[in-house]
Design a protein around this ligand. Sequence first.
Ligand SMILES: [Zn+2]
Length: 186
Amino acid sequence: MNRQSNENCRKDFSCGSNCVSTIPSNAISLANAIRHKTPDARAVIKGGNGFDEICGTVLFYQQKCSVFVVADIHNLPKSDKYESIFAFHIHSKESCTGNSENEFANVKAHYNPDNKKHPHHKGDLPPLFGNEGKAFSAFLTDRFTVKEIVGRTIIIHSSTDDFTTQPSGNSGEMIACGEIKQQIKY
Ligand SMILES: [Zn+2]
């Protein structure tokens, strides 16, 4: 990366040498991204069998050097069986379909073009924290660009991600899925 693009990254979201001056402007641009811009990609989340009521959206906003992700999910399970922390990953394939054993089996493995170990896959995301069945999460990641995740899938699991077990963090069953689609801008 040349010096010019490094400078651009610092102005974007990386915490450079002067946090005091960069963070406020970044916060404003993030807020504007949500209020005024169409996301670059979107996944509509739908629950699987037994979790039909789960619904929501995950929006992706490409920034200069990173992607801003906003997840807004409803009707997550609240029973004692679930810990209200739900593993959240981008999977490599495009279709929320599967077979009799796993209705989302066709999403295949976590998105991992660099052949790294979990949780260093490009598709590994911060888990969702349920609040009375709702989860809202907004975070910034430089693990991927929007372009490379369009045409893939995003999965919510029944359990928390232990960030250790291979290949997927012992995250439990797949309870909801969304296909990541480019957002058409008019
Ligand atoms: Zn992973």
